[in-house]
Design a protein around this ligand. Structure first.
Ligand code: SF4
Ligand code: SF4
Length: 419
C-alpha cells in the first residue's frame, strides 16, 4: 500500500531522508502505546529524539523512555523550532494542532516503521506484550498508509457493542452504562451489520468487542469467533475490566487467530485480573494491561443549546469522535451518541447515525459522510465534550479530571430526561 502523495494535510511521508540530516530537535507527538515502538525505530535508524509531547498534562509529569514529556500546548516555549513525528492515530487533528502551534515540519512514522523489527524490544513503558505491540504497529502502518490516500473510506476501529451489562457500575462511565435500568445483551444482527459495513468501506483496521463488560455476554467468545469467521484476516480486541477470567476452553478457540485483550486495571475492583493474565499467558494470547488512572468527566447527558460555531469547537476538541460504534445495527461516530440514543436520552435524529440494516441504496455515501465529518453531530449538543486536555479546551462543560471508576451500587442506575 504505497502512498501516492508524499505530503497530505501537510504531513510528510519521507521521514528518513529528512530526519537523518542535522536540523531542529526531533519530537515524538503523543503517547499512544505505539509511541514506544516509534522511539525504538528512530534509535535503530540513528535518529536522535529530543523529547515527547502529549496533550494530557498528567503525562508530562513522568519521563517516557528516559526522555522529557512536554505538555503539547507548551511545546513552542520549550522548542520554538522542531521536527515532529506524529505517533497519534488521528493525523489530521494532530497536524492541525501542530500547524496552529507554528510547526510545519511534521512527519508520519510510516516509512520509519516499514522495516522496523518490532519483536526486537520489550515494551515496558507501554506495558504490552511484544505480540500486542506487533499488532498495534501493523494497524498503525495501515492507518497511516490509508491517511495518505484521501479517496479511501476507512475505520481505524469499530467498537462492536455486545452488551450494556457490566460487572461494575461506574458513576462516570463514558459509555453511559450507569444510566441503563434494564441492561441487556445487544448482539442481534451483529454479523449482518458488519457485512454491510465491510462491503461499503475500504478497510476496518480493528474490531473491538466492548460493553459494558463484554464477558458478561455469555456468547462473547462465539461472537468474537464469528467476526473472524467472516474474514480470518481481521484483528479483534476484547476490551475488559478484569473482573471475569476467560476459561481454557474459550481461549483454545482463539488459537492461531489475531485476538488480543485490552485490560483496564481498576485495582481491587478488577478482582480476577491476575487469573485472567495467567490464562492469557498460558494460551499465548497477547494483551495490554493499562491502569485506569484518571478520567476526563464526560458522562452527563444534558442539552446545552450551543450555537453552530460552539458545536464545531466541541467536536474539534473531542478525542472520541472516531470511536466508531456499532449498536443494534446502527453505526455511530462515538459511544456517547450510540448509547444516549439507545437510552432515548437524546431525540432520535437520523443525522446522528447510519442505519446499516435499512436497505438504503445510498449507504456507502452515508458512511463516508459520517466517517469524514468535520463539523459536528446533533447529539454533540447533549454532551459536555470529551477533550484530551480539559484545562485547555474552550468548549468543554464537564468537571475536568476525575478519579476513575467511582462506584454506585450495582442495582442502581442514574436518572435522565427521556425524549
Ligand atoms: S467498567 Fe465502568 S467504565 Fe467500564 S464499561 Fe463498566 S461501568 Fe463502564
Ligand atoms: S463531542 Fe460529540 S463526538 Fe465527541 S463524544 Fe461528545 S457526542 Fe461524541
Amino acid at each position: 500500500m504505497r502512498p501516492e502523495a508524499k505530503t497530505i494535510h501537510k504531513v510528510n511521508y519521507n521521514i528518513l531522508e529528512s530526519l537523518k540530516k542535522s536540523g531542529s530537535p526531533i519530537i515524538i507527538y503523543a503517547l499512544p502505546q505505539e509511541a514506544e515502538a516509534v522511539a525504538y525505530a528512530c534509535k535503530d535508524e540513528g535518529i536522535k529524539v529530543a523529547a515527547f509531547c502529549d496533550n494530557e498534562k498528567r503525562k508530562s509529569k513522568r519521563l517516557y523512555c528516559g526522555l522529557e514529556v512536554i505538555h503539547t500546548p507548551n511545546l513552542p516555549e520549550r522548542f520554538p523550532k522542531a521536527r515532529v513525528i506524529i505517533a497519534h492515530q488521528n493525523l489530521t487533528d494532530s497536524s492541525d494542532q501542530l500547524m496552529q502551534l507554528g510547526y510545519d515540519d511534521v512527519y508520519s512514522p510510516l516509512e520509519l516503521l516499514k522495516n522496523f523489527d518490532v519483536m526486537k524490544y520489550d515494551y515496558n513503558q507501554a506495558k504490552v506484550t511484544k505480540s500486542y505491540m506487533a499488532t498495534k504497529i501493523e494497524i498503525s502502518k495501515k492507518n497511516h498508509a490509508l491517511f495518505f490516500d484521501d479517496s479511501k473510506t476507512f475505520l481505524r476501529s469499530i467498537d462492536v457493542m455486545i452488551t450494556t451489562k457490566c460487572s461494575m457500575n461506574c458513576e462516570s462511565c463514558a459509555n453511559l452504562m450507569q444510566y441503563y435500568k434494564a441492561a441487556e445483551n445487544t448482539d442481534n444482527e451483529i454479523l449482518k451489520s458488519l457485512e454491510v459495513l465491510n462491503s461499503n468501506v475500504d478497510d476496518i483496521l480493528e474490531f473491538r468487542i466492548i460493553g459494558g463488560e463484554p464477558l458478561m455476554n455469555k456468547k462473547w467468545c462465539e461472537i468474537a469467533n464469528s467476526i473472524l469467521d467472516q474474514n480470518p484476516n481481521r484483528t479483534v480486541f476484547i476490551y475488559t475490566n478484569g473482573t471475569i477470567a476467560p476459561t481454557d476452553k474459550q481461549l483454545e478457540t482463539f488459537s492461531g487467530k489475531d485476538v488480543n485483550f485490552y485490560i483496564t486495571d481498576y485495582g481491587k475492583l478488577s478482582r480476577n485480573i491476575e487469573k485472567m493474565i495467567n490464562v492469557l499467558k498460558k494460551h499465548k494470547i497477547s494483551f495490554s494491561r493499562k491502569p485506569a488512572d484518571n478520567w476526563v468527566d464526560c458522562a452527563s447527558i444534558r442539552k446545552h443549546n450551543r450555537p453552530v460555531s460552539r458545536l464545531k469547537q466541541v467536536f474539534k476538541e473531542c478525542c472520541a469522535k472516531q470511536l466508531y460504534t456499532l449498536l443494534n445495527g446502527k453505526l455511530f461516530t462515538c459511544p456517547f451518541i450510540a448509547n444516549a440514543r439507545n437510552l432515548k436520552a437524546i431525540p432520535d435524529n437520523k443525522a446522528d447515525y447510519v442505519d446499516l440494516l435499512s436497505g438504503d441504496t445510498n449507504i456507502k455515501s452515508k458512511i463516508r459522510k459520517l466517517v469524514k465529518m468535520n463539523n459536528f453531530f446533533p447529539g454533540c449538543d447533549f454532551c459536555d465534550g470529551r477533550p484530551h486536555d480539559p484545562t485547555k479546551a474552550t468548549e468543554y462543560a464537564g468537571r475536568g479530571l476525575i478519579k476513575a471508576a467511582k462506584q454506585i451500587p450495582i442495582s442502581e442506575s442514574l436518572s435522565f430526561k427521556k425524549y
